[in-house]
Ligand binder design. Sequence first.
Ligand code: FE2
Length: 389
Amino acid sequence: MIKIVFFATYELRKMFYGKTDRQATNGFLFGGMMMRRISVERLNEDMVLARTLFSIDGNILLNAGIKLKESYISKFKELGIAEIYIDDKISSDIVIEDIIKDETRFEARVAVKKAMDGVMNGNNLDVKPIRNVVGKIVEELMTIQDAMINLQDIKSLDSYTFSHSANVCVLSAVTGISMGYDAYNLKELCMGALLHDIGKTKIPNAILNKVAPLTTEEFNIIKKHSRYGYDILKQSMEVSAYSSYVALTHHEKYNGEGYPLGLKGKAIHEFSRIVSVADVYDAMTSNRVYRRRINISEVVEYLVSLGDHHFDYEIVRKMIEHISVFPLGSLIMISTGETAIVVDNNKKYPNRPVIRLIKDPYGVEYKNFDEIDLTSCNNITITEVLGDF
Ligand SMILES: [Fe+2]
């Protein structure tokens, strides 16, 4: 019985919805750039790397366009890289662009690493590289209208903290722009966001990198990173008080249940209220040694559900306006039982993207990949975000 209903829906879909306008007008559908994210476990030697991979120091590890070899795949695993972007026929012509230049993102990572290394070695904080890259991030983002975040940074095990800091900075800046911040305030917000976890330099690595659940005592030690970070930043004449407060109060919660001060509501500075949402969003959507990343749609739901409890709801709302709930290249299952890939977003209706049908309900790959715009197919819903294949 279930099968009949399911087939009826599938057949109806086949009957009524053919190619989208996008596909009809797109003569180069199977040419151009191609990209989707895939788990390293699924890689094989026929695949082509779609985005250049950089080392922790910003050096090129592998250039985009290179055909994978077994030795490269082993290296990814060794570096703790869980996923990469590849080119293949099902992701044909899906161009996923970062909202800031690759060079800028890597410069941000390197600047954070150098700042943290310096502090760990007992040196004074070198703010200049941080301020330089913050200037570039703000300048690049201010030129884009309505930036949508579709691309997720690939993090290796050892670059997590630096990539995370760069992501938190970009996401905070996008939110600040949408809240009407001027360049001066954006830069101050970004300084705080890039350096929000600098206090972790004072926490033993054995605790920071522990895979097993933390004991209460260990968690209490980790919590100290907020105050340590504030102490480091306030010593520098080049870091404003508001940027320093971000390090101190990015784990405060809107309802007063956070740490270290237990501040409540608007008593938490707005910069920190922004960074705290960006921090949680990026951490939850990242692969960690102890868990796989959580789907963006679930994380967005989680953030909304905690609006005005843990977070400032207005800020959550401003931030998620710029996050693609189903990023380009996501593999999904729809209510007909077919497997599809997201090829375009509808900004007004984030839950109704344009999709390309890849496999029928039995898992057999289609010869031709039709596209449908879900804004014009109200009877079809996205039922699951899939891993990859
Ligand atoms: Fe933190």
